[in-house]
Design a protein. Structure first.
Length: 131
């Protein structure tokens, strides 16, 4: 008997569409969810993040008015930079979880004091790579 099996790598990644900051504590949190992982033995999933404003919050009516903020991943206290990896998942790591999903928390904190009232924002871009 000769049998040949093939399968396509599969996974589901859910990234929330926004990270809201509490204006009383100047902090916020969101979770990236990784589920349904099926990868070849030596493959991994990399999730990278980049900020369109170099991790500054920009005022809605004046791009020169900015607030510094830091974004960290998981339990790390080291602020992220553009193209930093926030998730690196292998099949073995996924299988070792006590649940069928991995949550990768992203934490934000504003580190400067606003001088002007108004709305501030930044655009984060997530890149998912199967490596």
């Amino acid at each position: 008997i000769h049998v040949s099996f093939r399968y396509s790598p599969e996974f589901t990644i859910t990234i929330p569409d926004s990270l809201k900051l509490d204006n009383r504590t100047n902090t916020g949190r969101m979770n990236i969810i990784v589920e349904d992982v099926w990868l070849p033995k030596n493959d991994r999933i990399l999730i990278k993040v980049s900020s369109s404003n170099e991790f500054d919050l920009v005022h809605s009516w004046d791009n020169n008015i900015r607030l510094d903020y830091e974004l960290t991943a998981g339990s790390s206290t080291t602020p992220l930079s553009n193209n930093d990896v926030v998730g690196n998942i292998t099949q073995a790591e996924y299988d070792a979880q006590n649940s069928l999903r991995i949550e990768i928390p992203l934490n934000a904190i504003v580190t400067s004091t606003p001088k002007f009232a108004g709305e501030y924002g930044d655009t984060l871009t997530f890149t998912v790579i199967r490596d």
